[in-house]
Design a protein around this ligand. Sequence first.
Ligand SMILES: O=C(O)CCC(=O)C(=O)O
Ligand SMILES: [Fe+2]
Length: 261
Amino acid sequence: MNTSEARLTTLDPAEISKELDRNGVAIIRNFVPAQELKRTQDTIKSIASANNGEYVFIEGTDGLDGTFLETWARDPAMLAFGRAVCEHALRRSLPSIAGRQTVRILCGESGQAESLIFHYDSYVLTALIPVIAPEAGSGGDFVIFANRRPLRRTYLRNLVDRIGLDNKIVQRSLRHRYADGAFVRVPLEPGSLCLFWGYRSVHTNDRFRPDQIRCTAILHFVDPHANSVFKRALRRSGRAKPPRSQPLSDKNHEQYHNLTR
Ligand SMILES: O=C(O)CCC(=O)C(=O)O
Ligand SMILES: [Fe+2]
């Protein structure tokens, strides 16, 4: 049994689910063993420098061999835990589930452009592991206004919420509210596991100094609208997924927000 597996088995999914309803986030400290974290940080730093210190987005495990991110998304203990927590949220049992892993390596000016973009995720539960935090005092907190909407019954209703957020005027007003202290800031603790209801919570990351690296690994669990006929029809209508692993141009970035969050 590895350390993270041992930690997960001591957690009660029902309690975590209540904590997320009550507090918005649950944080499990020292989730990733120090040595594995260090190895992963080294790999991430070399991926960032191979891309001239600019933003890299990885969907899946490309380039992450030998790090904990090679196996995290298929770790049976993690999947069982994510599933059990989602079952509490959905109040029904789920067949076995898969986690959708993304890794955001934010750095340089392109990394700043990815910051303070407020959104809801498409998935019920989000598990986030900070891998590299910017130096203390240089910004980059995780930012959340938790549990702002219920799980919607239909994909269309969900889309209305998301389109309501995804425009310049609303984004600007959220930034003002953020500057006025309306959101909760969660400082990044590398190696901790941060859980929140991604679907229900407006969230983003704070800006930070562009000479710093901010890397988070994210595992999304359970798309409540996966079987929506309307959603499938929209996807079929020709909008491609972003490339698997490369800095996102504005266009791809927009697709990432629209399609996968
Ligand atoms: O990197 C972060 O702090 C948040 C990332 C996020 O919300 C997402 O990728 O859906
Ligand atoms: Fe998100």
